[in-house]
Design a protein around this ligand. Structure first.
Ligand code: NAD
Length: 279
């Protein structure tokens, strides 16, 4: 029988622990602070900001949403990041991506103090992850590992195939999986014969953004399938995996929604707490 890897369940357990930690901090008069920087009016970023801010507030964090007009200059944006870097009430800085085209996102990322870089955007943070410091990784790849851990899925010595090589999901996942002694293969838009490579995977993680990219005939029977993708079809959210056809073949699979995305927001909270000295 295929196990449904329930992100909501994973998130609920972790949230209970987070609430305990925040309560312990409150006794000492301390409150963790999350700053979200939203530039312009990207609809998806706005929805995520509202959801993230509500969750963090409900959990007892201080939330500072910095809404900036799309026309803001690079210097003004960097000045805001500097102010947040220096603000002792802020432990985590989360700039919503993508930024409007005239802004240099790489420069913004490099400007975030690594200790407050909760989504692993600064190249220094990326380097830490590559050096095996998994706790510095961005929230989505950490959510993938949290799900695998929750369900006691063995990684050591197993063959993991990651589809997607972005700095914020695919590449850091490679390092997190390597740190757990998996044998890792990365696929991307130029990979030839994707099916042949993916079919080698004991664990397959799709992080692309293409509906039904992962088909049943690509999956080795009994493989674990993690779907990071978020796509919209007829107003409904779907992942990258053909869930209906793949799930009977897999030994375990994440749904979309209710899989990785449900855990990612929780990992943001954990990363902010990490900035308070909690792990
Ligand atoms: P991205 O666009 O930066 O990267 C996509 C990657 O897919 C690229 O590395 C590209 O080489 C690869 N790719 C494109 N076409 C391919 C193909 N035909 N075969 C194999 N590889 C291909 O995207 P991203 O930011 O890494 O996000 C990936 C997906 O994950 C998106 O759907 C995004 O919405 C979703 N996402 C989900 C969460 C979550 O919490 N669940 C968080 C972040 C991103």
């Amino acid at each position: 029988m295929t196990i449904l890897l329930d992100g909501k369940q994973v998130a609920a357990e972790r949230k209970t622990r987070i609430q305990t930690q925040i309560a312990a901090l409150a006794v000492r008069g301390a409150k963790p602070g999350l700053a979200i920087v939203l530039v312009g009016d990207d609809a998806a970023s706005r929805i995520y900001t509202t959801r993230m801010a509500k969750l963090a507030e409900t959990m007892g964090m201080a939330v500072f949403v910095k809404e900036l007009p799309a026309g803001i200059s690079q210097v003004e944006l960097l000045n805001l990041i500097s102010a947040l870097n220096a603000d002792p009430a802020v432990q985590g800085i989360l700039p919503m991506m993508p930024l409007p085209g005239h802004l240099d996102a790489d420069q913004v990322a490099a400007h975030i103090q690594p200790a407050k870089d909760i989504d692993g955007l600064n190249p220094l943070t990326i380097g830490l992850v590559a050096a095996g410091k998994s706790l510095a990784a961005p929230c989505t790849p950490r959510a993938v590992i949290a799900i695998l851990d929750h369900y006691h899925i063995e990684l050591s010595g197993r063959r993991a195939v990651v589809i997607g090589r972005s700095n914020v999901v695919g590449k850091p996942l490679v390092h997190l999986l390597l740190a757990r002694n998996a044998t890792v293969t990365v696929c991307h838009s130029k990979t030839q014969d994707l099916a042949a490579v993916v079919s080698q995977g004991d664990i397959v993680i799709a992080a692309v953004g293409k509906v039904n990219l992962v088909q049943a005939d690509m999956i080795k029977p009994g493989a674990v399938v993690i779907d990071v993708g978020i796509n919209e079809v007829d107003g409904k959210m779907v992942g990258d995996v053909d869930f209906e056809r793949v799930s009977p073949i897999a030994s375990a699979i994440t749904p979309v929604p209710g899989g990785v995305g449900a855990v990612t927001t929780t990992m943001v909270l954990e990363a902010v707490l990490q900035g308070m000295g909690h792990v």
